[in-house]
Design a protein around this ligand. Structure first.
Ligand SMILES: Nc1ncnc2c1ncn2[C@@H]1O[C@H](COP(=O)(O)OP(=O)(O)OP(=O)(O)O)[C@@H](O)[C@H]1O
Ligand SMILES: O=P(O)(O)OC[C@H]1O[C@H](OP(=O)(O)OP(=O)(O)O)[C@H](O)[C@@H]1O
Length: 213
């Protein structure tokens, strides 16, 4: 039997996603060994294999069919804009994509003044501001600690993930506008959805049932 391949986003979603697979009887035990440098883990009995990849690469593996299934945040899926099917909300990693900044930047947004936007998500930010008439935004791409940008004067606002809001609070920033809610999603390769329909829907149904409990 051909292996069904699952790509999991490394980082904060991985442990929760592995837990969900374990609840439906797919062991991920081997993958939890933090000291191991092994990249891919196969369960011969179930004909399924998992690998951990950088979150932003998960949609790429799935679009090209190197993975049949991927688990990643909706932020990453929207930003990458790959051709794939989004089939399930796993309900984990809930947070929001927001425009944030100091209170004073709210006025600039309201008055449609030119603003600079620092973000790890240039496509999401560009789309959001493109759809607002009368506002011109210059998007500046950063790779982390985005909240620094308005503090040191790199930009007036940021587009970033807000979960508890404590990073914003501790840095004198606030949510100015909400773009969309986020959570981890299961995505599926478009060809696999046909050729492996039975095996994939079985996994989706089982995961849905554990979510209902
Ligand atoms: N507080 C949060 N901060 C960031 N991401 C969160 C948060 N809560 C949930 N998430 C979700 O977890 C996913 C993975 O986040 P994580 O911080 O592990 O990776 P990353 O920041 O994309 O990776 P890297 O740090 O390598 O750039 C995000 O894409 C998002 O969907
Ligand atoms: O609302 P909160 O609960 O404070 O969470 C939001 C923060 O967490 C994320 O950063 P992360 O820890 O991934 O670090 P990074 O900024 O270096 O990406 C995100 O980019 C925010 O900075």
């Amino acid at each position: 039997m051909r292996y069904l391949t699952v790509a999991l986003a490394k980082g904060r979603l991985a442990a929760r996603a592995m837990e969900m697979f374990e609840q439906i009887g797919i062991s991920c035990e081997e993958m939890k060994d933090k000291d191991s440098r092994k990249l891919i883990f196969a369960n011969e009995e179930l004909g399924i294999r998992f690998f951990l990849a950088k979150a932003t690469d998960v949609p790429t593996y799935v679009e090209y069919g190197a993975a049949d299934i991927g688990i990643a945040g909706r932020d990453t899926i929207l930003e990458e804009g790959r051709k794939l099917y989004e089939v399930m909300d796993l309900g984990i990693g809930r947070c929001r994509m927001c425009v944030c900044g100091p209170e004073s930047a709210g006025e600039r947004l309201k008055h449609h003044e030119l603003i600079r936007v620092a973000t790890k998500y240039p496509n999401i930010a560009r789309d959001y501001f493109h759809n607002r008439k009368y506002q011109t935004a210059e998007i500046i791409r950063l790779n982390g600690s985005i909240e620094l940008a308005p503090i040191v004067g790199l930009s007036e606002v940021i587009v970033d993930i807000v979960e508890t809001g404590s990073t914003l609070r501790e840095n004198g920033l606030t949510v100015l506008e909400e773009i969309c809610p986020l959570s981890a999603r299961m995505v599926v390769n478009q060809v696999s959805m046909k050729t492996e329909h039975e095996r994939i829907t079985k996994i989706i149904r089982a995961l849905e049932r554990t979510g209902e409990k």
